[in-house]
Design a protein around this ligand. Structure first.
Ligand code: SAM
Length: 260
């Protein structure tokens, strides 16, 4: 019977796929993928010639919600047809990527075996390239537009990672770019939590091993002037870092003095 394994190809071409995922990829009877460029597609094809891109289901003016449903259906149908299917997504297949999750849920509901294997995501690359450990202060991550529209508070003692900043404020789900106006509104929202001079970073991990990552540091107020692409991730370092709280320590019978 058919089955589905969702794998991540990592961000940097050819080097960031796990051995286990590569085995599944090579053994699959049918491979579907959403990959960032032709080079990675050619590389996946060289491992398994059955590779078919799902990119054709995207279209300017078509709701991405519909696109993801269509992609899910194509993958599920191949499994129903009895094939051993691999869905190859760049990065980690389940981080800020819904098609793998949708397909697994649907197929398990229909009684088919379906699983996801982890991959190297953009934030995994980010901790390595920017040289910070999310465990030092804690770290919160949001999809940029969902954060901007939700009014939720930011924890400024932790790192903040805003994914898809290149789509900031894009509510129609039908186009692929943010606007200067949306970025200005984003500055006003972030300014509730950070001063306009607070330093932040636009990060882009390289897709090709010889390329260097993009690490552009700038002030919050200059966000609308930055060249933001569909692969940019915004990283906001903490304002303060974690501090000891007297009331919390009381609960443990401890005192600030106990920490020298
Ligand atoms: N599944 C992917 C992963 O595990 O990294 C994430 C896919 S999500 C739809 C797209 C967003 O991921 C981008 O808007 C950006 O925030 C981030 N991203 C993708 N490629 C990136 C790269 N090369 N460098 C930094 N961030 C990247």
């Amino acid at each position: 019977t058919g089955s589905l394994t969702c794998i991540g190809t990592g961000i940097t071409l050819a080097g960031q796929i796990t051995t286990l995922s590569k085995n599944y990829l090579e053994e699959a009877e049918s491979v579907f993928g959403i990959l960032p460029d032709k080079l990675s597609e050619d590389w996946v094809k060289s491992l398994n010639p059955s590779y078919e891109s799902l990119q054709y289901l995207y279209a300017e003016g078509k709701s991405r919600r519909q696109t993801y449903q269509d992609m899910t259906e194509v993958v599920c149908q191949a499994v129903r047809d009895g094939k051993k299917v691999v869905l190859a997504l760049y990065g980690h297949p389940g981080i800020f990527a819904c098609v793998g999750h949708f397909a697994i849920e649907r197929l398990i509901g229909e009684g088919y075996p379906a699983q996801m294997l982890p991959g190297v995501s953009a934030d995994a690359c980010l901790y390595a390239d920017l040289g910070f450990d999310p465990g030092t202060t804690g770290c919160q991550a949001y999809e940029a537009t969902q954060f901007l529209f939700s009014g939720v508070p930011l924890n400024t003692s932790a790192y903040t990672i805003l994914w898809q900043i290149g789509l900031a404020g894009e509510h129609t789900l039908k186009t692929f770019k943010t606007t200067a106006q949306n970025l200005e509104a984003s500055v006003r929202i972030l300014n509730k939590w950070y001063p306009l001079e607070h330093e932040m970073i636009l990060y882009e991990a390289p897709f090709i091993p010889v390329q260097k990552p993009r690490i552009d540091r700038f002030m919050l107020k200059d966000l609308p002037k930055m060249d933001i692409t569909s692969i940019s991730t915004l990283v906001i370092p903490p304002l303060t870092g974690l501090k000891l709280d007297k009331n919390a320590l009381d609960e443990f019978g401890l005192d600030i003095k106990d920490f020298g």
